[in-house]
Design a protein around this ligand. Structure first.
Ligand code: CA
Length: 234
């Protein structure tokens, strides 16, 4: 089952809040909201949200103070501030307190969704510790035992699939072409005129194992015209 991205919207202006709720529900997010600073903080501190959209001027407690308290509690919580004015002071204060990004009102929905996706990509990190690769919160892979789990589902891998993941992870700052994968992972000569479909088939199998929604990959992404990339690791 696909795990929805959970987003908390803390915004007291009803028209903006309702608009945001509609947009994120429409795009498949699991949405909670508050129009009050103190209630918003209480919800934010539950730690159950992938992302918090936080207005600055709120009744009860302002967005900067909320951001500060959330950060003390969980420094990895993704937060985007919604600043009412494009005043540099607001923006600098928000970012100093540890918001991941800010969007100035009035903002376009397209612009906001781009920012949201960028922040979520950064925070859904790829982590390698010893023989373990973690992708976001969902996927854990044991590279030695060729096993792992995606959510609660156990998964098993072939040695080749693990080698592909390890190579992509080692080069995660850039896309890796099919030819390079054939060369480095399969060991074929770099200039061999080979059927790169072999690579695509392995990637498709990997996606069915490690992606929550394999038709919309979050971790093992295609970079058009360039190859494949394991994203999240910065
Ligand atoms: Ca406000």
């Amino acid at each position: 089952m696909q795990k929805k991205v959970r987003i908390l919207i803390v915004e007291d202006e009803v028209a903006i809040r309702e608009g945001l709720i509609d947009v994120f529900v429409y795009h498949g997010y699991d949405v909670d909201f508050s129009g009050d600073g103190i209630e918003g903080l209480k919800k934010a501190l539950t730690g159950t949200f992938d992302l918090i959209l936080l207005d600055v001027m709120l009744p009860g407690m302002n967005g900067f103070d909320i951001c500060n308290q959330v950060r003390e509690h969980d420094r990895d919580q993704a937060i985007i501030m919604l600043t009412a004015k494009s005043s540099d002071d607001d923006i600098i204060e928000g970012l100093t307190l540890g918001a991941d990004d800010y969007v100035s009102k009035p903002f376009s929905i397209a612009q906001l969704l781009l920012r949201v996706n960028a922040v979520l990509r950064r925070t859904r990190s790829v982590i390698q510790q010893g023989n373990t690769i973690s992708l976001g919160d969902d996927v854990v892979i044991d590279t030695q035992n060729l096993s792992g789990h995606c959510g609660k589902d156990p998964i098993s891998f072939t040695r080749r699939e693990i080698d592909i993941l390890i190579y992509l992870l080692a080069n995660s700052e850039r896309p890796v072409s099919r030819d390079e994968l054939l060369n480095k992972v399969w060991g074929y000569a770099a200039d061999a005129d080979l059927e790169t479909r072999t690579v695509d088939i392995h990637i498709a199998k990997l996606r069915r194992k490690i992606e929550v929604n394999h038709s919309e990959p979050q971790y093992l992404v295609t970079v058009r015209g360039a190859g494949y990339r394991l994203i999240g690791s910065i």
